[in-house]
Design a protein around this ligand. Structure first.
Ligand code: NIG
Ligand code: FE
Length: 403
């Protein structure tokens, strides 16, 4: 049966800014949005959700996560609170490598179960499209293992999952040149042959790959038709954003140290800047991305969670939206667009999701707030009432609303 979400206090269509429609309705059939704004008189033909007093917006698009991993790193977190830096912890054998060890030691079943539970939690917080990266394997067998798990999650989950092969760092006991050869000669071709990823991403930063190494690896990925992403300028100015512009990456992510001229170069090349405010918050990084410069270029800014066990354990996109405002000083409108429409662009999914308009997938969340500004203001509350993916109710808090 068709589904009607009616009487919403505000529908955020995300067309021309937030595209707010007051007291609106959304008609959904066969998983697709058919109509927005008009009330249907014969409600008997529909299953209905009464959205009185609620904000309805596109399902959140989390375009950057590392959600397949084993183990947690609360000891490192405690050390950071005492002032030890993320880089120092990495040099001491912690950081990414500690998660690599635990992830290698876990079976595929264990990793699958952990990730599946995390996806269920994401759905309860309104995410309907998520990108998931590998990167805690660091050998051909272990990276392929991670990507197979992401493939299984994709096949058995209702939300859209976009898989990314992340070239994350150089494993201990290997020379950088040797590992880069393994990535180029073995891992990238195998991931491509087995159809395990749509994107290739690289951590271009002082603790991982240099700009020229990143360039070499991403060019190889391009030969195999991967779309490209870069972790750029997170801990230092790495030149990653400039490289993203040169290679016309779909997105460049983090961008804390990115200069104004690199921001302009990215904009000219059509790269979607993706900001990860949860990571700045969690790592207590004082330096902020140059939001003013991003805004001046008119770029579509995406925001995402970066959910991972080291630098951001926050997976709730409403919380990430609030942090974009509170920590980065972004406008609420820009943060909401970043978590929906622009996030979809960062995954090359904009033709399917990220806005509420006829013809798009019915990926919708219903929020227990009567105007959208409360999404950041009521930071401490879990405000998601319903998560709907392709017209299917995946999560609903208040069954009285649904008949
Ligand atoms: O996006 N920067 C590199 N990768 C992750 C952190 C991964 C980790 O510490 O486990 C990030 O912040
Ligand atoms: Fe990341």
């Amino acid at each position: 049966m068709a589904l009607l979400i009616h009487n919403a206090s505000e529908i955020l269509t995300m067309k021309d800014g937030l595209g707010v429609i007051k007291n609106g309705s959304i008609m959904i059939d066969k998983g697709i949005i058919k109509d927005v704004a008009h009330m249907k008189s014969d409600q008997k033909k529909f299953q209905t959700i009464d959205a009185t007093g609620c904000v309805v917006c596109p399902g959140f698009v989390d375009s950057h996560t590392h959600l397949v991993f084993a183990g947690t790193r609360e000891d490192e977190f405690a050390m950071r609170i005492r002032g030890v830096t993320y880089e120092k912890i990495g040099e001491m054998g912690g950081g990414i490598m500690s998660t690599v060890m635990k992830t290698r030691a876990a079976t595929e079943e264990e990793l699958y179960t952990l990730a599946q539970k995390r996806i269920e939690a994401l759905v309860r917080h309104g995410t309907t499209t998520v990108e998931i990266k590998s990167g805690y394997g660091l050998s051909p067998a272990e990276e392929l293992k991670m990507l197979r798990i992401i493939k299984q999650l994709r096949e058995h989950t209702d939300i859209d999952i976009i898989p990314t092969y992340l070239v994350h760092t150089i494993p201990f006991q290997m020379k950088r040149r040797d590992y880069i050869d393994v990535v180029i000669e073995e891992i990238i071709p195998k991931v491509a042959q087995q159809g395990l990823a749509l994107f290739c991403d690289i951590f271009c930063d002082k603790t991982a790959f240099t700009r020229s190494e990143s360039r070499k690896i991403l060019l190889r990925a391009q030969e195999y038709n991967f779309k490209l992403k870069i972790h750029a300028d997170e801990l230092t100015y790495s030149g990653g954003a400039r490289l993203a512009a040169q290679l016309k990456c779909v997105s460049a992510d983090h961008l804390i140290y990115t200069t104004k001229s690199a921001i302009e170069a990215m904009n000219e090349a059509g790269v979607i800047p993706t900001l990860l405010p949860g990571t700045s918050f969690f790592l207590r990084i004082k330096k902020k991305p140059n939001i003013k410069a991003f805004k001046e270029t008119g770029s579509a800014i995406a925001i995402a969670s970066d959910f991972n066990p080291g630098t951001c354990m926050i997976y709730s996109m409403p919380k990430i939206i609030a942090l974009a405002c509170i920590v980065y000083g972004m406008d609420i409108d820009d943060a909401l667009l970043g978590a929906t429409k622009n996030g979809a662009q960062a995954l090359d999914m904009a033709q399917h999701t990220g806005t509420i308009e006829p013809g798009k997938q019915a990926d919708v969340v219903i929020l227990d707030i009567d105007n959208y500004k409360k999404i950041s203001y009521q930071f401490g509350e879990d405000i998601v009432k319903y998560t709907i993916k392709k017209g299917k109710v995946l999560y609903g808090k208040d069954s009285r609303m649904y008949s």
